[in-house]
Design a protein around this ligand. Structure first.
Ligand SMILES: [Zn+2]
Length: 189
């Protein structure tokens, strides 16, 4: 769908998100906005490269892209926030942890948890956010990525007992096997 095909007023998947998170609706850079629409097409890889090399300069537009109704656009915008997310991205990433698409949630879980790819660590309660996804996300793939990211976080005293409880109630054997590793990471001395 090209940018002209987007019906007026239906542009934002979640207008409330645009309003409450302070994401600017339509004041961005035209090159980046065009690239963001292109993320929803077969030529997404080129657009991704443009936005990825723009880095911090495109972050405001990428944040705006996370509010669009096209799932592929939201997914790639969340992936870009993994590389370029800063403190202004935190409310948006938190919001995307409960996106309607499991693919977007999976990328959001990675972006919240992965500190390695970012210029500076995200300032938020990463461990609690990941524990919440493992406990409540209906998708086993999202829970598995959350468990993996949790195992990569520095130890926090309250995490181990909760991980042990979640391990005892998790129904997916694949998630349980990652959680077993996660628990080991949070109990080793
Ligand atoms: Zn990453």
């Amino acid at each position: 769908m090209g940018r002209r095909d987007v019906p007026c007023g239906a542009q934002y998947a979640n207008l409330q998100a645009v309003e409450t998170m302070g994401v600017e609706p339509n004041t961005g850079n035209k090159t980046y906005r065009d690239a963001i629409y292109q993320l929803g097409t077969r030529d997404w890889a080129n657009a991704f490269r443009v936005l990825d090399s723009a880095g911090a300069a495109a972050v405001a537009d990428v944040l705006w892209g996370t509010t669009l109704p096209n799932t592929a656009i939201r997914k790639w915008c969340v992936a870009l926030l993994d590389h370029h997310g800063d403190r202004t991205s935190v409310p948006v990433l938190r919001h995307l942890l409960s996106d309607s698409s499991p693919t977007v949630r999976r990328h959001a879980v990675h972006s919240i948890g992965c500190q390695r790819c970012k210029p500076e660590p995200l300032d938020c309660a990463v461990v609690d956010l990941l524990l919440d996804r493992i406990e409540h996300d209906p998708s086993p793939r999202v829970r598995r990525v959350a468990a993996h990211q949790l195992g990569c976080q520095p130890q926090e005293a309250h995490a181990a007992p909760t991980i042990a409880r979640l391990l005892s109630t998790e129904r997916s054997s694949r998630v349980r096997s990652v959680l077993t590793w996660t628990l080991r990471m949070h109990t080793r001395t």
